[in-house]
Design a protein around this ligand. Structure first.
Ligand SMILES: *Cc1c(COP(=O)(O)O)cnc(C)c1O
Length: 384
């Protein structure tokens, strides 16, 4: 790890976004912010503390260990586990008070066994029932939701506290995708009805992440589960444009900058190739700045060609292939604006001095801001 290659988390921007979302969502609707994958790279403990202060009821994680980390750092809000675990991990749900999503007779049956041996008292531990309405990932079908709710509530130590489904194409505005989303919503309501028909209270019903919330405000139900918008990015460009056209405004601020420093400046003649594969060569006499950041840090190989980086308020192109630990930037001959050891911002919020956001990188790399933010593996993160 290079010390000068770092990410900075702008905690006030996270707070700003969470407060904006709170104002945007219907006041009676509960909020669950996704803090999985270390809060999309933004520090899960920090984000969870800010969310608690902003009155968020739930935090969503992807693994038991992510939940445990929050508890060990004093987080008191409810923690919803969005992915499934294996039986060995289940007793930690109880130990650390992590609310699991459950479905299938096998999984619920196993959880009942573990809960029966864990609890010696009358505890009724809350679980959420996952419903598959079209995502094709986890969840029971609407037709079987009632039976699974019965299985949960007839156990000695579990009780149904909520129901969740996940929308597969809520970020798309095409009519056929909109129709698919409407069908998912109908199927979810049917699942909820089937649970009620068994005389069981379905608890907190939730179907929307960021995109659903923005595109289908009428589907907020009892709780929404935004992730990416908390970190300052719209799920995609279409949604942002669509919202603007409808006159909705949800102002968001990016919350993370990725930075490094110029560690060498080389003067090259015309016609000298740069980096692996010799995919680029200097078109004329020019100076090349070397940066100690590469794809092992999360600067994806497919960002070049296309990527520019900001040095002292101006953008310069990354040239040649991005290496594992380094990349090269064409700064032009004798450029007075770029000096050895100068700070380089790859992307970030306005106040970082960046001219790029994670969305710009995503577009170059044919991916989404989610991946740009969560792939910063080797990078040390400081709070600003
Ligand atoms: C990740 C996730 C979310 C949050 O998604 P965003 O698109 O970031 O808002 C919500 N619900 C579930 C089940 C998820 O897996």
């Amino acid at each position: 790890m290079n010390r000068c290659t770092r990410a900075f988390i702008y905690k006030d921007n996270i707070k700003f976004n969470l407060e904006q979302i709170r104002k945007y969502v219907n006041p009676s609707v509960k909020l669950c912010v996704a803090v999985k994958a270390d809060a999309y790279g933004h520090n899960a403990v920090l984000t969870s503390k800010i969310a608690e202060e902003a009155g968020y009821e739930y935090l969503a994680v992807a693994s038991v260990d992510e939940g445990i980390e929050l508890r060990k750092n004093g987080i008191k809000a409810k923690i919803l586990l969005l992915s499934l675990s294996t039986p060995e991990e289940m007793s930690d749900f109880f130990k650390y008070d992590i609310t699991p999503l459950v479905f299938s007779h096998e999984y619920i049956g196993e959880l009942i066994k573990v809960s029966d041996s864990y609890f010696k008292d009358q505890t009724k531990f809350e679980v959420f029932l996952a419903v598959d309405t079209g995502m094709g990932r986890i969840g029971t079908y609407p037709e079987t939701a009632g039976d699974e709710a019965v299985l949960i509530n007839s156990s000695a130590h579990l009780k149904l506290a909520g129901m969740c489904t996940h929308l597969a194409v809520s970020d798309s505005l095409s009519p056929s995708d909109q129709e698919f989303t409407d069908d998912q919503f109908k199927a979810f309501k049917l699942a909820v009805e089937n649970v009620r028909a068994k005389g069981i209270d379905p608890g907190i019903c939730s179907c929307e992440a960021s995109a659903g919330l923005l595109n289908n405000p009428e589907m907020q139900m009892d709780m929404v589960r935004p992730g990416i918008i908390a970190y300052g990015y719209y799920p995609d460009e279409i949604t942002e444009k669509y919202l603007k056209s409808k006159g909705f405004s949800l102002k968001l601020k990016p919350c993370l900058s990725l930075e490094t420093k110029v560690v060498a400046i080389r003067s090259f003649p015309a016609g000298k190739s740069v980096s692996y594969g010799r995919t680029w060569e200097t078109p004329c006499d020019t100076d090349i700045a070397v940066l100690p950041i590469g794809y092992a840090d999360g600067l994806l190989r497919r960002f070049s060609p296309g990527l520019t980086v900001t040095i002292n308020g101006k953008n310069y192109p990354v040239v040649g292939r991005i290496c594992m630990d380094q990349c090269m930037v064409d700064i032009g001959k004798n450029n007075p604006d770029v000096k050895l050891w100068d700070r380089v911002v790859i992307f970030g919020p306005e106040e970082s001095g960046a001219l790029n956001t994670a969305d710009v990188l995503a577009k170059i790399g044919n991916t989404i801001s989610y991946e740009v933010l969560t792939c910063l593996k080797r990078v040390e993160k400081d709070i600003r």
